[in-house]
Design a protein around this ligand. Structure first.
Ligand code: ADE
Ligand code: ZN
Length: 322
Protein backbone atom coordinates (compact mmCIF):
# COMPACT_ATOMS: atom_id res chain seq x y z
CA UNK A 1 0.00 0.00 0.00
CA UNK A 2 1.45 3.37 -0.94
CA UNK A 3 -0.01 6.22 1.06
CA UNK A 4 0.39 8.57 -1.90
CA UNK A 5 -2.60 6.87 -3.51
CA UNK A 6 -5.03 7.57 -0.65
CA UNK A 7 -7.58 10.09 -1.92
CA UNK A 8 -7.90 12.77 0.77
CA UNK A 9 -9.21 16.23 1.51
CA UNK A 10 -6.66 18.76 2.72
CA UNK A 11 -8.27 21.14 5.22
CA UNK A 12 -5.30 22.93 6.75
CA UNK A 13 -2.89 24.44 4.27
CA UNK A 14 -1.81 28.09 4.02
CA UNK A 15 -1.36 28.98 0.37
CA UNK A 16 1.43 31.35 1.40
CA UNK A 17 3.14 28.40 3.11
CA UNK A 18 3.30 26.49 -0.18
CA UNK A 19 5.74 29.02 -1.67
CA UNK A 20 8.69 26.77 -2.55
CA UNK A 21 12.10 28.45 -2.69
CA UNK A 22 12.32 27.84 -6.47
CA UNK A 23 9.13 29.88 -7.02
CA UNK A 24 10.29 32.39 -4.40
CA UNK A 25 13.42 33.07 -6.48
CA UNK A 26 11.43 33.25 -9.74
CA UNK A 27 9.00 35.78 -8.27
CA UNK A 28 11.79 37.81 -6.62
CA UNK A 29 13.55 38.14 -9.98
CA UNK A 30 10.25 38.88 -11.76
CA UNK A 31 9.40 41.68 -9.32
CA UNK A 32 12.88 42.96 -8.42
CA UNK A 33 12.58 41.98 -4.79
CA UNK A 34 15.78 41.48 -2.83
CA UNK A 35 16.40 38.10 -1.18
CA UNK A 36 19.27 37.00 1.10
CA UNK A 37 20.24 34.51 -1.65
CA UNK A 38 18.99 33.50 -5.11
CA UNK A 39 19.93 29.86 -4.61
CA UNK A 40 16.81 27.87 -3.63
CA UNK A 41 18.82 25.35 -1.60
CA UNK A 42 20.65 28.09 0.31
CA UNK A 43 17.32 29.77 1.10
CA UNK A 44 15.92 26.45 2.36
CA UNK A 45 18.99 26.14 4.59
CA UNK A 46 17.83 29.27 6.44
CA UNK A 47 14.67 27.45 7.54
CA UNK A 48 15.75 26.45 11.04
CA UNK A 49 12.90 27.14 13.38
CA UNK A 50 12.75 27.10 17.14
CA UNK A 51 9.06 27.93 17.56
CA UNK A 52 6.05 29.34 15.69
CA UNK A 53 7.28 32.96 15.77
CA UNK A 54 10.71 32.10 14.34
CA UNK A 55 8.88 30.56 11.36
CA UNK A 56 6.37 33.40 10.98
CA UNK A 57 9.19 35.97 10.78
CA UNK A 58 10.67 34.35 7.64
CA UNK A 59 7.28 33.39 6.20
CA UNK A 60 5.98 36.99 6.27
CA UNK A 61 9.26 38.38 4.92
CA UNK A 62 9.19 36.03 1.91
CA UNK A 63 5.68 37.16 0.97
CA UNK A 64 7.06 40.49 -0.29
CA UNK A 65 7.68 38.69 -3.63
CA UNK A 66 3.91 38.31 -4.30
CA UNK A 67 2.94 41.41 -6.28
CA UNK A 68 0.68 40.62 -9.24
CA UNK A 69 -2.38 38.57 -10.13
CA UNK A 70 -0.08 36.25 -12.09
CA UNK A 71 2.07 35.67 -8.96
CA UNK A 72 -0.95 34.57 -6.93
CA UNK A 73 -2.13 32.40 -9.83
CA UNK A 74 1.27 30.71 -10.11
CA UNK A 75 1.37 30.11 -6.35
CA UNK A 76 -2.14 28.59 -6.35
CA UNK A 77 -1.52 26.42 -9.41
CA UNK A 78 1.81 25.12 -8.06
CA UNK A 79 0.14 23.98 -4.84
CA UNK A 80 -2.89 22.44 -6.53
CA UNK A 81 -0.71 20.55 -9.02
CA UNK A 82 1.46 19.12 -6.23
CA UNK A 83 -1.56 18.41 -4.05
CA UNK A 84 -3.30 16.56 -6.85
CA UNK A 85 -0.24 14.30 -7.17
CA UNK A 86 -0.44 13.75 -3.39
CA UNK A 87 -3.98 12.36 -3.73
CA UNK A 88 -5.80 15.54 -2.70
CA UNK A 89 -9.29 15.60 -4.25
CA UNK A 90 -10.60 18.48 -2.16
CA UNK A 91 -8.64 21.43 -0.71
CA UNK A 92 -9.92 24.09 1.67
CA UNK A 93 -7.13 26.63 1.44
CA UNK A 94 -6.23 29.39 3.91
CA UNK A 95 -4.96 32.74 2.75
CA UNK A 96 -3.83 35.81 4.73
CA UNK A 97 -5.16 38.96 2.99
CA UNK A 98 -3.85 41.28 5.71
CA UNK A 99 -0.26 40.40 4.85
CA UNK A 100 -0.79 41.30 1.20
CA UNK A 101 -2.74 44.47 2.00
CA UNK A 102 0.15 45.57 4.23
CA UNK A 103 2.48 44.97 1.26
CA UNK A 104 0.32 47.30 -0.84
CA UNK A 105 -1.44 44.56 -2.83
CA UNK A 106 -5.17 45.16 -3.35
CA UNK A 107 -7.67 42.38 -2.55
CA UNK A 108 -8.68 42.31 -6.22
CA UNK A 109 -5.20 41.06 -7.16
CA UNK A 110 -5.15 38.40 -4.43
CA UNK A 111 -8.65 37.06 -5.14
CA UNK A 112 -8.15 37.40 -8.89
CA UNK A 113 -5.07 35.17 -9.02
CA UNK A 114 -6.15 32.59 -6.47
CA UNK A 115 -9.71 32.21 -7.75
CA UNK A 116 -8.48 31.80 -11.33
CA UNK A 117 -6.04 29.08 -10.18
CA UNK A 118 -8.83 27.23 -8.34
CA UNK A 119 -11.02 27.33 -11.46
CA UNK A 120 -8.25 26.10 -13.75
CA UNK A 121 -7.25 23.35 -11.32
CA UNK A 122 -10.82 22.11 -11.18
CA UNK A 123 -10.96 22.03 -14.99
CA UNK A 124 -7.54 20.49 -15.65
CA UNK A 125 -6.82 18.41 -12.53
CA UNK A 126 -10.35 17.56 -11.37
CA UNK A 127 -9.55 18.91 -7.89
CA UNK A 128 -12.24 20.73 -5.92
CA UNK A 129 -10.95 23.71 -3.94
CA UNK A 130 -12.23 26.71 -2.01
CA UNK A 131 -10.66 29.54 -0.04
CA UNK A 132 -10.87 30.33 3.68
CA UNK A 133 -9.93 33.90 4.60
CA UNK A 134 -7.76 33.99 7.73
CA UNK A 135 -7.39 36.88 10.16
CA UNK A 136 -3.95 37.50 11.62
CA UNK A 137 -4.49 37.31 15.36
CA UNK A 138 -1.46 39.48 16.20
CA UNK A 139 -3.22 42.42 14.46
CA UNK A 140 -6.26 42.16 16.74
CA UNK A 141 -10.05 42.13 16.46
CA UNK A 142 -10.64 45.58 14.98
CA UNK A 143 -8.25 44.95 12.06
CA UNK A 144 -9.94 41.58 11.50
CA UNK A 145 -13.34 43.28 11.26
CA UNK A 146 -11.97 45.86 8.80
CA UNK A 147 -10.58 43.02 6.70
CA UNK A 148 -13.90 41.16 6.63
CA UNK A 149 -15.69 44.35 5.63
CA UNK A 150 -13.16 44.98 2.85
CA UNK A 151 -13.72 41.41 1.61
CA UNK A 152 -17.53 41.74 1.38
CA UNK A 153 -17.43 42.39 -2.40
CA UNK A 154 -15.69 39.00 -2.77
CA UNK A 155 -18.10 36.95 -0.64
CA UNK A 156 -18.69 34.54 -3.52
CA UNK A 157 -14.94 33.76 -3.60
CA UNK A 158 -14.42 32.34 -0.10
CA UNK A 159 -16.42 29.88 1.98
CA UNK A 160 -15.26 30.70 5.48
CA UNK A 161 -13.01 32.54 7.88
CA UNK A 162 -10.15 31.36 10.05
CA UNK A 163 -7.72 32.64 12.64
CA UNK A 164 -3.96 32.18 12.36
CA UNK A 165 -0.53 33.71 13.16
CA UNK A 166 0.96 34.03 16.68
CA UNK A 167 -1.32 32.23 19.11
CA UNK A 168 -0.13 32.80 22.67
CA UNK A 169 -1.24 36.22 23.95
CA UNK A 170 -3.90 36.57 21.22
CA UNK A 171 -6.81 34.44 22.50
CA UNK A 172 -10.01 33.77 20.55
CA UNK A 173 -11.92 36.13 22.87
CA UNK A 174 -10.39 39.08 20.93
CA UNK A 175 -12.29 38.01 17.82
CA UNK A 176 -15.86 37.33 19.00
CA UNK A 177 -17.36 40.26 17.06
CA UNK A 178 -15.81 39.43 13.71
CA UNK A 179 -16.71 35.75 14.03
CA UNK A 180 -20.31 36.71 14.92
CA UNK A 181 -20.43 38.79 11.74
CA UNK A 182 -18.99 35.90 9.70
CA UNK A 183 -21.69 33.63 11.15
CA UNK A 184 -24.40 36.13 10.20
CA UNK A 185 -22.98 36.19 6.67
CA UNK A 186 -23.35 32.40 6.44
CA UNK A 187 -19.59 31.76 6.36
CA UNK A 188 -17.89 28.70 7.82
CA UNK A 189 -15.67 29.28 10.85
CA UNK A 190 -12.39 27.64 11.87
CA UNK A 191 -9.51 28.73 14.10
CA UNK A 192 -5.97 27.71 14.93
CA UNK A 193 -6.01 26.74 18.60
CA UNK A 194 -4.00 24.45 20.82
CA UNK A 195 -0.91 24.59 18.59
CA UNK A 196 1.30 26.47 21.07
CA UNK A 197 -1.57 27.75 23.23
CA UNK A 198 -3.10 25.50 25.89
CA UNK A 199 -6.49 23.78 25.97
CA UNK A 200 -8.20 27.04 27.04
CA UNK A 201 -7.58 28.44 23.56
CA UNK A 202 -9.47 25.47 22.11
CA UNK A 203 -12.35 25.93 24.58
CA UNK A 204 -12.61 29.64 23.74
CA UNK A 205 -12.57 28.97 20.00
CA UNK A 206 -15.49 26.57 20.46
CA UNK A 207 -17.48 28.55 23.01
CA UNK A 208 -16.86 32.15 21.91
CA UNK A 209 -16.27 31.85 18.16
CA UNK A 210 -18.53 28.90 17.36
CA UNK A 211 -15.90 27.28 15.17
CA UNK A 212 -16.78 24.14 13.25
CA UNK A 213 -13.20 22.81 13.18
CA UNK A 214 -10.08 23.35 15.25
CA UNK A 215 -6.79 23.78 13.38
CA UNK A 216 -4.05 21.81 15.18
CA UNK A 217 -5.74 21.25 18.57
CA UNK A 218 -2.95 18.93 19.70
CA UNK A 219 -2.80 20.45 23.19
CA UNK A 220 -6.47 19.61 23.75
CA UNK A 221 -5.20 16.18 24.75
CA UNK A 222 -3.98 17.74 28.05
CA UNK A 223 -7.57 18.36 29.18
CA UNK A 224 -9.66 15.23 29.65
CA UNK A 225 -13.00 17.05 29.84
CA UNK A 226 -12.22 18.96 26.66
CA UNK A 227 -11.32 15.73 24.87
CA UNK A 228 -14.73 14.40 25.86
CA UNK A 229 -16.44 17.49 24.40
CA UNK A 230 -14.48 17.22 21.14
CA UNK A 231 -15.19 13.49 20.91
CA UNK A 232 -18.90 13.72 21.68
CA UNK A 233 -19.45 16.62 19.26
CA UNK A 234 -17.06 15.07 16.71
CA UNK A 235 -15.37 18.42 16.20
CA UNK A 236 -12.69 17.88 13.53
CA UNK A 237 -9.06 18.60 14.43
CA UNK A 238 -6.87 19.41 11.43
CA UNK A 239 -3.54 18.10 12.66
CA UNK A 240 -0.19 18.83 10.94
CA UNK A 241 2.47 16.43 12.28
CA UNK A 242 5.55 17.60 10.34
CA UNK A 243 4.71 21.21 11.20
CA UNK A 244 4.44 20.34 14.90
CA UNK A 245 7.90 18.75 14.87
CA UNK A 246 9.49 21.57 12.81
CA UNK A 247 8.10 24.26 15.13
CA UNK A 248 8.92 22.16 18.21
CA UNK A 249 5.36 21.98 19.46
CA UNK A 250 6.28 18.27 19.75
CA UNK A 251 9.90 17.22 20.43
CA UNK A 252 9.91 14.38 17.85
CA UNK A 253 7.42 12.62 15.61
CA UNK A 254 7.46 9.49 17.78
CA UNK A 255 5.95 11.57 20.61
CA UNK A 256 3.13 13.01 18.49
CA UNK A 257 -0.30 12.56 20.10
CA UNK A 258 -2.07 11.74 16.82
CA UNK A 259 -2.29 7.96 17.40
CA UNK A 260 -3.68 8.58 20.90
CA UNK A 261 -6.14 11.12 19.55
CA UNK A 262 -7.35 8.60 16.97
CA UNK A 263 -7.56 5.86 19.59
CA UNK A 264 -9.89 7.87 21.85
CA UNK A 265 -12.24 8.55 18.94
CA UNK A 266 -11.41 12.15 18.04
CA UNK A 267 -12.16 13.20 14.47
CA UNK A 268 -8.53 13.73 13.45
CA UNK A 269 -7.34 14.68 9.95
CA UNK A 270 -3.79 14.95 8.58
CA UNK A 271 -2.63 18.07 6.75
CA UNK A 272 0.53 19.86 5.63
CA UNK A 273 0.10 23.41 7.08
CA UNK A 274 3.05 25.12 5.30
CA UNK A 275 4.59 22.36 3.20
CA UNK A 276 7.31 24.49 1.58
CA UNK A 277 8.74 25.11 5.07
CA UNK A 278 8.06 21.92 7.02
CA UNK A 279 9.44 19.24 4.73
CA UNK A 280 6.39 17.79 3.10
CA UNK A 281 2.93 17.78 1.56
CA UNK A 282 -0.04 15.82 2.85
CA UNK A 283 1.23 12.55 1.35
CA UNK A 284 4.58 13.09 3.09
CA UNK A 285 2.80 13.71 6.40
CA UNK A 286 0.76 10.53 6.00
CA UNK A 287 3.82 8.52 4.98
CA UNK A 288 5.85 9.81 7.95
CA UNK A 289 3.06 8.89 10.37
CA UNK A 290 2.58 5.48 8.84
CA UNK A 291 6.32 4.76 9.10
CA UNK A 292 6.74 6.12 12.61
CA UNK A 293 3.70 4.45 14.16
CA UNK A 294 3.27 1.47 11.81
CA UNK A 295 -0.30 2.59 11.18
CA UNK A 296 -2.38 -0.21 9.69
CA UNK A 297 -4.76 -0.11 6.74
CA UNK A 298 -7.75 0.60 8.99
CA UNK A 299 -6.07 3.60 10.65
CA UNK A 300 -4.96 5.02 7.30
CA UNK A 301 -8.44 4.54 5.86
CA UNK A 302 -9.93 6.28 8.91
CA UNK A 303 -7.63 9.28 8.39
CA UNK A 304 -8.58 9.49 4.71
CA UNK A 305 -12.30 9.12 5.47
CA UNK A 306 -12.13 11.68 8.32
CA UNK A 307 -10.70 14.27 5.94
CA UNK A 308 -13.82 14.18 3.77
CA UNK A 309 -16.21 13.93 6.73
CA UNK A 310 -14.59 17.06 8.19
CA UNK A 311 -14.68 18.98 4.91
CA UNK A 312 -17.19 21.67 4.05
CA UNK A 313 -18.30 19.82 0.94
CA UNK A 314 -22.08 19.50 0.57
CA UNK A 315 -23.32 16.16 2.02
CA UNK A 316 -24.02 14.56 -1.37
CA UNK A 317 -20.50 15.36 -2.61
CA UNK A 318 -19.00 14.11 0.67
CA UNK A 319 -20.76 10.79 0.24
CA UNK A 320 -19.11 10.30 -3.14
CA UNK A 321 -15.74 10.27 -1.38
CA UNK A 322 -16.48 8.16 1.73
N1 ADE B 1 0.31 30.82 9.56
C1 ADE B 1 0.90 29.97 8.73
N2 ADE B 1 1.18 28.82 9.35
C2 ADE B 1 0.73 28.95 10.62
C3 ADE B 1 0.72 28.10 11.76
N3 ADE B 1 1.21 26.87 11.73
N4 ADE B 1 0.21 28.58 12.89
C4 ADE B 1 -0.29 29.82 12.94
N5 ADE B 1 -0.31 30.65 11.91
C5 ADE B 1 0.21 30.21 10.74
ZN1 ZN C 1 -1.76 26.52 10.10
Amino acid sequence: MTVATWPVAELHVHIEGTLETELLVTLARRNNVELPSYDPAALRDLYRFTDLQSFLDIYYENLAVLRTEADFYDLGMAYLTRASAAGVRRAEIFFDPQTHLANGIPLDVVFGGLTRALGDARATLGISADLILCFLRHLGGRAAMETLEAALPYLDQFIGVGLDSAEVGFPPSLFTEVFAKATALGLHRVAHAGEEGGPDYVREALDLLGVERIDHGIRAIEDHDLVEILRKRQIPLTVCPLSNVCLRAIPMLGLHPLPAMLAVGLLVTVNSDDPAYFGGYVDDNLAALQREFSLDHHQMATLARNSFVASFLPEDEKRRHI
